[in-house]
Design a protein around this ligand. Structure first.
Ligand SMILES: O=C(O)c1ccc(O)c(O)c1
Ligand SMILES: [Mg+2]
Length: 617
C-alpha cells in the first residue's frame, strides 16, 4: 500500500498547527510548503524532530520555482539559490525537492537548454543527497504539459531527476493521461492529487483558489490514479489542494476530510483496504430534536400527514411516529425552547456492524451511546453539522423498535405516505464540501446532478446523493457565499421528505390542519407559460399549492409544511414515472413562501408589526 500525504499548503495555521493536524488525522507524511517553513519559529532541525515525533515523513520540499532555460546571469543566481535550499533540506532531512516549470518572462523556449540546466541542478542536488521532481505547471511559460516535462527529464538523463505528476495540471488542461503509461515508475518521483469543479476560468486562478479534495470536484481522479498506479508507481499519494475555504478552516477538521477523501479515492480506483459498504435498504427513521413549544408543532404536522404515534421510548422522552415505512422519532430531551433540528438519520443496513466499521475506517467519529440493558445498541457516528447517523435493521428481533413500548393507537389509513424519500440538510458554507464527502464515502452513495438556483436570499448550490437502488437519498444545499447581516431566510433549514402516491391528498390534509405552505398564483401562471400543462391538472395544483417539476424520466408533484420550530419542515413528494430530481427549480418559490408565512405568523402574534429581530430569523 502507498503512504498517504498532504501538502502543508492545504491547511490553515502555522506550520506546527498543520503538522499536528496532519498527524492527528492519520497521514503518513507531508509536503513542506516553503513559505510555511520560512514563517516558522522553529529551525529546520526542530521541524525535522517535530515531524519525527509526530510520525510524519517529510516526503517533499516545495516549490523551487523559475529555474530552467534562463540566460547565464539568471542561471548563476538560480544555482546559488538552489544551493541554499539544498542546505535547508539537509537540515530538514528532506531528500526530494519539487521543481516547477518556469513562469519567468526571460525563460526561453528551448527544451535542450531546459534539459541541460536541469541536469546541472540534479548534479548539484546529488551532492546533497537530494533528488528533484520536475512538475509542469498548467500555466508554465513554455513547459505546461506533463509529456513535455517528461521529454525534458528524459533528455536531461540524470538519476537524481524525475517527474512530479499533479492531477490538477494534467486534468485542468484536458490532457490525456494515457501517455503516463510509458513513463518508467522509477522516473515518477512524486504524485500530487487534487480535484476541482469544472470552471471556465483562468487556469492559475482556478488552481490557486478552487482546488478540492478528491471526490469533491468533477475530475476523473479514480481513472487518473489507476493510470498512474498502472505504471508501477510506488511512492506516496499526496494531496496538494489550494482552496480558500480549507485554508481558513480548522486544520484538524480539514485534515480529516482530506484523509477521508484519499481513502475514498483509493477505493474508487480499486486500490483499497476499506470494507465495502453494505447494501442500504432505505431510511429506517429520522429523529427530530424538538424543544418545548416546537414539539407540538412537529407532532401536529405529523398527525396532519397521517402519522400515528405508535410507540413511546421506554426510558427517554422520545415518541415514535409511523406510517408505512416512514418513521419519525420526536425527541423532546435535548433541544432548546422552540428549536428543531434533524438530530439523527438512521439507515437500514444489511449489516449494521460492518457499516459502522467502515464509517470508523473513514474517520467518522464514533458516538458513545447511552443505552440501558435490554435496549438496542445502535452503531452511531457523528456526521458534520450536528447530525448523528445510525446503522440499523428494523426487522431484526433485537432491533431498535423493541425500545419503544407500543401505544396501541390505531393507524390512520388516510394519507398514503409510504417511506422517507429523502432528507435535505442545508450546510454552513464552509461545511458543504466536507459534508458531501462524508455522506458519499461513509454510506457508499454516488452523487447525482449538482444544481444551482437563484434563490431569494442568494444563490444556492445543491448536491444530492443516493445508492444504486435509490433507497437512501441525502440532499445537501448551501448558500454560495457566506451570509452578511441581512439574513431573513431560515438559518440552515432542514427537511424530511416523505414519499406518497398522492400528493394532492397530503396537501388537502395539511391545509385542513392549517399546515400547508401556500404557493402564489404567479408560480402557476409561469408553469402554464413554460410547460403547457392540461388545464384541469394545473387547476388542481393551483388549488392545492402543489409544486411541479419534470425531467427526462418523469414528473414530480410536491408540497410543504411551514417551518416547524426553528428550522425543520416536512415535504410530501410524489414521483411519477421515475422522476429522479428534487424539484430544485421550485426551491426559490418555496423559500419566499416560507418567509411570507413566518412574517404573517409574527404579525399575527403581535398587534403592531415591527421588522424581525435577529432572534426571529
Ligand atoms: O500554484 C503554484 O505555484 C504551485 C506550486 C507548486 C505546485 O506543486 C503546484 O501544483 C502549484
Ligand atoms: Mg503541484
Amino acid at each position: 500500500m502507498h503512504t498517504l500525504g498532504i501538502a502543508t499548503v492545504c491547511l490553515s495555521g502555522t506550520l506546527d498547527d498543520k503538522l499536528t493536524a496532519a498527524a492527528a488525522a492519520g497521514f503518513d507524511g507531508v509536503e513542506v510548503f516553503e513559505p510555511d517553513l520560512v514563517a516558522a519559529a522553529d529551525g529546520p532541525e526542530e521541524v525535522r524532530a517535530r515531524c519525527a515525533d509526530l510520525g510524519l515523513s517529510i516526503d517533499l520540499y516545495q516549490p523551487f520555482r523559475d529555474f530552467e532555460a534562463v540566460p547565464p546571469g539568471l542561471l548563476r543566481a538560480n544555482l546559488r539559490r538552489a544551493e541554499a535550499k539544498f542546505a535547508v533540506m539537509e537540515r530538514l532531512g528532506a531528500d526530494l525537492m519539487l521543481v516547477c516549470s518556469s513562469v519567468h518572462p526571460d525563460a526561453v523556449d528551448d527544451d535542450d537548454l531546459a534539459a541541460e540546466h536541469l541536469h546541472l541542478l540534479a548534479e548539484r542536488a546529488a551532492g546533497h543527497g537530494v533528488r528533484l521532481a520536475y512538475e509542469a505547471l498548467a500555466w508554465g511559460r513554455h513547459v505546461a504539459t506533463y509529456d513535455r516535462a517528461w521529454r525534458i527529464v528524459r533528455r536531461a538523463d540524470h538519476p537524481n531527476l524525475g517527474l512530479c505528476l499533479d492531477s490538477f495540471h494534467i486534468l485542468s488542461r484536458g490532457s490525456d493521461p494515457a501517455a503516463i503509461r510509458v513513463i518508467p515508475p522509477e522516473k515518477l518521483f512524486f504524485l500530487q492529487l487534487a480535484d476541482a469543479p469544472h470552471l471556465d476560468m483562468d487556469v492559475l486562478q482556478w488552481s490557486r483558489h478552487h482546488r478540492l479534495f478528491p471526490g469533491q470536484g468533477a475530475f476523473d481522479l479514480p481513472g487518473f490514479l489507476r493510470t498512474v498506479l498502472g505504471t508501477g508507481y510506488t511512492g506516496p499519494l499526496s494531496l496538494e489542494v489550494f482552496n480558500d475555504v480549507f485554508r481558513q478552516s480548522d486544520p484538524r477538521v480539514a485534515a480529516v476530510d482530506a484523509l477521508r477523501s484519499l481513502l475514498g479515492l483509493q477505493e474508487a480506483a480499486g486500490h483499497t483496504a476499506l470494507p465495502a459498504p453494505p447494501r442500504l435498504d432505505g431510511t429506517a427513521f429520522v429523529e427530530i430534536g424538538a424543544g418545548p413549544g416546537a414539539d407540538a408543532e412537529v407532532t401536529g404536522a405529523l398527525e396532519a400527514l397521517g402519522f400515528t404515534r405508535g410507540g413511546e421510548h421506554r426510558s427517554k422522552p422520545v415518541s415514535l411516529w409511523e406510517q408505512g415505512s416512514a418513521r419519525v422519532l420526536v425527541n423532546r430531551a435535548a433541544a432548546a425552547e422552540g428549536a428543531t433540528a434533524v438530530a439523527a438519520i438512521a439507515v437500514e443496513s444489511t449489516d449494521p456492524p460492518a457499516s459502522a466499521r467502515r464509517a470508523e475506517r473513514l474517520l467518522a467519529p464514533v458516538l458513545p451511546r447511552e443505552h440501558r440493558a435490554g435496549e438496542a445498541d445502535l452503531a452511531a457516528v457523528a456526521a458534520p453539522g450536528g447530525t448523528s447517523v445510525f446503522f440499523c435493521r428494523t426487522d431484526a428481533a433485537e432491533g431498535w423498535r423493541a425500545d419503544f413500548a407500543p401505544t396501541g393507537e390505531v393507524p390512520d389509513p388516510g394519507a398514503g405516505l409510504t417511506a422517507v424519500d429523502h432528507v435535505a440538510l442545508t450546510q454552513q458554507t464552509d461545511d458543504f464540501d466536507g459534508a458531501a464527502l462524508f455522506y458519499r464515502t461513509v454510506f457508499g452513495l454516488h452523487p447525482e446532478k449538482a444544481a444551482e438556483v437563484a434563490a431569494p436570499f442568494g444563490l444556492m448550490r445543491s448536491l444530492s446523493m443516493t445508492d444504486a437502488e435509490r433507497r437512501v437519498r441525502i440532499a445537501l444545499s448551501v448558500a454560495a457565499v457566506r451570509r452578511g447581516g441581512w439574513a431573513p431566510g431560515v438559518p440552515h433549514p432542514q427537511h424530511v421528505a416523505f414519499a406518497t402516491a398522492d400528493a394532492a391528498t397530503a396537501a388537502a390534509r395539511l391545509r385542513g390542519a392549517g399546515l400547508l405552505l401556500e404557493i402564489p398564483g404567479n408560480y402557476y401562471d409561469d408553469l402554464d407559460a413554460r410547460l403547457d400543462l392540461p388545464p384541469d391538472r394545473l387547476a388542481l395544483m393551483r388549488e392545492r399549492s402543489l409544486l411541479y417539476d419534470r425531467d427526462e424520466h418523469g414528473e414530480l408533484l410536491h408540497c410543504y409544511t411551514p417551518v416547524l420550530g426553528s428550522r425543520v419542515f416536512f415535504e410530501a413528494v410524489q414521483r411519477i414515472g421515475g422522476y429522479t430530481g428534487y424539484g430544485a427549480p421550485n426551491a426559490p418559490v418555496r423559500m419566499a413562501a416560507h418567509r411570507r408565512e413566518r412574517l404573517a405568523r409574527s404579525r399575527a402574534a403581535r398587534p403592531h408589526w415591527s421588522p424581525p429581530t435577529p432572534t426571529q430569523r
